[in-house]
Design a protein around this ligand. Structure first.
Ligand code: CDP
Length: 226
């Protein structure tokens, strides 16, 4: 099958909007593959921080990006032999990921790796530029968002459930800073592009958001697992 015949559902949106959970559930429902593109930026940040690579050294960071020894297996992310699924979610990694994601060389070093996830029968990809840059021919493009306050509350709940102490005001400030960085950068900024449907989940739960994406996909004649 030619790659462009393999359907892609692109789900982009700001931090803590729930797009990862929604994208994963949509993929599971349709029997599609799933790409968590943010994990790649987080992995580059993790390796860079561990190896002492300066976060302002674009060339060194792009070398880290092109040589990542990563395996995605079900919900587990492995770097070499190490399970880093939890380590890359740390707030330090989130902030560094958003800093290094502004570098064009880092973004282009990750491009082929992301496109390789497009395998039959289809792919659900989540990130910031899935519909605009990585898969511009995606059959369905969704911009999934929620108010910054709602997103901070969701992240807080998530962290508390993991036993991690967090402060809503600090989380809200971090979310706003990251929103500003991701939306105002020159390369692949987070934006609601033409042909992309807005899905505001401020007053929707995960199941309702998943349902909305599946309905939109069915409306355009999309098919998943029989
Ligand atoms: O889970 P959360 O939405 O907070 O973050 P993420 O999707 O894991 O992405 C982490 C960071 O990577 C974001 O703040 C973006 O700066 C960057 N990123 C990006 O630039 N492009 C993507 N396609 C995905 C993530």
């Amino acid at each position: 099958m030619k790659t462009h015949n393999i359907p892609v559902i692109a789900i982009d949106g700001p931090s803590a909007s729930g797009k990862g959970t929604v994208a994963q559930r949509v993929a599971a429902h349709l029997g599609f593959h799933y790409l968590d593109s943010g994990a790649l930026y987080r992995l580059v940040a993790l390796v860079a921080m561990r190896c002492g690579v300066d976060l302002s050294d674009e060339t060194a960071l792009s070398k880290v990006a092109s040589s990542l020894d990563v395996v995605f297996e079900n919900t587990e992310i492995r770097l070499g032999n190490e399970n880093v699924t939890e380590a890359i979610r740390a707030e330090a990694c989130s902030n560094s990921a958003s800093t290094i994601a502004a570098y064009p060389q880092v973004r282009s070093a990750l491009l082929a790796r992301q496109r390789a996830f497009r395998q039959p029968p289809g792919l659900v990809a989540d990130g910031r530029d899935m519909g605009s840059v990585v898969f511009p021919d995606a059959v369905l493009k969704i911009f999934l968002t929620a108010s910054a306050e709602t997103r901070a509350q969701r992240r807080h709940k998530q962290l508390m459930e993991k036993g991690i102490d967090a402060n809503i005001a600090t989380l809200l400030r971090d979310i706003r800073e990251r929103d500003a960085r991701d939306s105002n950068r020159d390369v692949a900024p987070l934006r609601l592009g033409a042909g992309t449907g807005l899905l505001d989940t401020t007053s929707l739960d995960i199941a309702q958001a998943v349902d909305s994406v599946l309905k939109q996909y069915a409306q355009i004649g999309g098919e998943g697992r029989p």
